[in-house]
Design a protein around this ligand. Structure first.
Ligand code: HEM
Ligand SMILES: [Cu+2]
Length: 563
């Protein structure tokens, strides 16, 4: 058989190019968004570096504009584009073996929607016309272009979701007797969860924010807007997490040199997320008036349900890693840890992320608790918490994926220098985030508020001087981590050398120890539409009464501009 050239291999795998475009746009957003992070960390060490930042980037007019860019670019743009990349690419590669190909036209439509939406939203952000933070709570009122751009951007994710569900339906049509393969199962339950979960944001922006910002209606009800926001705002954390979980289940065991412990357990985890991700949003609104305590309590209980699949994930992934360590010859209680491939950034990054996820998860239980929440609400504890989750586990899993994924998307192999820079960057990111977590959680317990330019009032929080030292250190370490990781990323992306065999590589899907077989239980798990219907029902029950009450008692207020 003739050896194929690089262009041939590349042309035969068009989903690789599309995935690369999703991924690169996402990481560019992360680069710009993250650069504000160290300045914010210094702020929480009473060091005001904003005069310097304004000299470097003259468009930055305030702490809050930077914070808006940081939150929007990292938590909305980066996360969504990587979800689009991972939860499209994995099922697309898996379903190739069954003769199902993705509809690339719609895939590219989604990329252009994301790109143009981002551009339209970025203009008012950069011009300081939409400094409304990434939660854009009314009555803060930004320029209409921000809401329109953000809506088009989010809609791009729905296009990819429908595309993947379409692939799954074609698979079922051609192989009605077969159980859905695992990566596709994860992707389909994930996208169905997001189709249901994104409704709140879509309704909020299309019916409230866009008409209001265009001047078509005079006011918006802040409580209704917040409720719709958090309807999507909690499950959005699973929209960030589940692509990382998919990689932890499907790929990490293989990178570690082992196997995935259980296929059915992984399916159960994704099903539980489909069921319980959405009906929990009131746990962000414990302090809001106008929502009955009974319903807040129901959401508090359901929140503890949704912690279960994350616990299962931590345990199964850890078990897969132990198996890997032992398969590599590791012995004894801890010997298996040493035997793992600690020289590979693709392995190290998600594993360090998982370690950070342990204190992060414990803090999450505190946030979810009806009573303890009042102690930490709107303090720096909260950003301390979610940087362990989305800022460390999710971000590091995606960063780690770069080291096996970008080579197979571009045909460009890693070099020793890129590997080492990546490895150092990942360790620094991990250490920096842990140090910041200590500083921010601790300050939160000392009642230092989040979203506050405290460096402007250096005498206000002198009782928090010790945790401030942690934040300053973290800011410096994380700046180094950003430089090292993005050096590795761009050095890889702009390499001159391309090889056909690298471009032809497959996703390193792990083998499964226990695959579940073709049993009635597996068939039951595979009735995805049934589970989706149940998820819809649960949402109607948990949100219906409160939404009816809020829509029936509107208190619209005019917009404010506080910046
Ligand atoms: C590069 C390292 C990073 C540093 C040093 C950093 C630091 C910070 C700090 C100190 C805050 C609190 C600001 C305040 O409340 O006034 C913050 C907020 C935030 N960060 Fe980061 N961050 C980093 C990376 C990330 C990443 C990777 C993500 C998500 C993927 C992220 C998402 C957020 C979000 C959503 C907020 C809240 C914004 C708001 O309250 O409106 N950050 N960050
Ligand atoms: Cu939540």
């Amino acid at each position: 058989m003739a050896v194929k050239s690089f262009p041939q291999v590349y042309a035969e795998n068009p989903e690789k190019k599309l995935t690369l475009y999703y991924l690169v746009l996402g990481f560019v957003a992360l680069l710009v968004g993250s650069l504000f992070g160290p300045f914010q960390a210094l702020n929480y060490g009473n060091v005001d570096a904003y005069p310097l930042l304004k000299r470097l980037l003259p468009f930055v007019q305030s702490y809050y504009q930077g914070l808006t860019l940081h939150g929007v670019l990292n938590a909305i743009v980066f996360t969504q584009l990587l979800a689009m990349a991972v939860m499209f690419y994995l099922p697309a590669r898996e379903l190739r073996a069954y003769g199902v190909r993705p509809n690339l036209t719609w895939g590219w439509v989604a990329w252009w929607m994301a790109f143009l939406g981002l551009l339209v939203a970025a203009l008012p952000l950069l011009a300081n016309e939409a400094t409304v933070l990434y939660t854009f709570y009314p009555p803060l009122k930004g320029h209409w272009a921000f809401y329109v751009g953000a809506t088009v951007f989010v809609a791009a994710s729905l296009v990819v979701g429908l595309l993947v569900i379409g692939m799954w339906l074609r698979f079922k049509q051609h192989h009605p007797e077969r159980i859905t393969p695992l990566a596709t199962y994860m992707a389909v339950t994930f996208w169905l969860m997001w189709l249901l979960a994104s409704l709140g944001l879509v309704v909020e922006s299309v019916f409230l924010l866009i008409p209001w910002s265009l001047g078509l209606v005079q006011g918006v009800d802040p409580l209704l807007a917040r409720t719709l926001f958090w309807y999507t705002g909690h499950p959005i954390v699973y929209f960030w997490l589940l692509p990382a979980y998919a990689l932890l289940y499907l790929v990490l065991p293989k990178l570690a040199g082992g196997k995935l412990i259980s296929d059915p357990l992984a399916r159960v985890v994704f099903l539980l997320f489909l069921l319980f991700s959405v009906p929990v949003g009131f746990h962000h609104q414990y302090a809001d008036p106008g929502i009955t305590p009974t319903w807040k309590f129901v959401h508090a209980v359901l929140t503890l349900f949704v912690a279960v699949p994350s616990l299962i994930t931590a345990f199964t992934v850890a078990a897969s890693l132990e198996l890997a360590g032992r398969m590599r010859g590791g012995k004894g209680l801890f010997g298996w840890i040493k035997a793992l491939p600690w020289d590979n950034p693709a392995f190290v990054a998600p594993v360090l992320g998982l370690i950070a996820f342990i204190p992060g998860g414990a803090g999450g239980i505190v946030n979810a608790s009806y009573t303890l929440n009042y102690v930490i609400h709107n303090t720096t504890w909260v950003p301390g918490h979610f940087h362990l989750q989305v800022g460390t586990l999710v971000t590091m899993t995606m960063m780690g994926a770069v080291f096996w994924l970008v080579p197979q998307l571009t045909g460009k192999p890693l070099t020793e220098g890129i590997r080492k820079a990546g490895l150092a960057g990942m360790w620094l990111w991990f250490v920096g985030m842990l140090v910041m977590a200590v500083g921010m959680h601790w300050q939160g317990l000392l009642n230092v508020p989040r979203r506050a330019y405290i460096a402007q009032a250096p005498d206000a929080y002198t009782h928090a001087a010790v945790p401030m030292v942690f934040n300053i250190l973290a800011g410096i370490i994380l700046l180094l981590a950003i430089v090292l990781f993005f050096y590795a990323f761009f050095a890889l992306l702009f390499r001159g050398e391309r090889r056909a065999e690298v471009a032809a590589e497959e996703v390193p899907f792990a083998e499964v120890l226990s695959d579940g077989g073709d049993t009635p239980a597996m068939r039951l798990l595979d009735r995805i539409w049934f589970w989706f219907a149940l998820a819809v029902l649960l949402v109607v029950l948990a949100y219906g009464p409160t939404l009816v009450q809020l829509f029936g008692n509107l208190n619209p207020v005019p917009g404010w501009r506080l910046w």
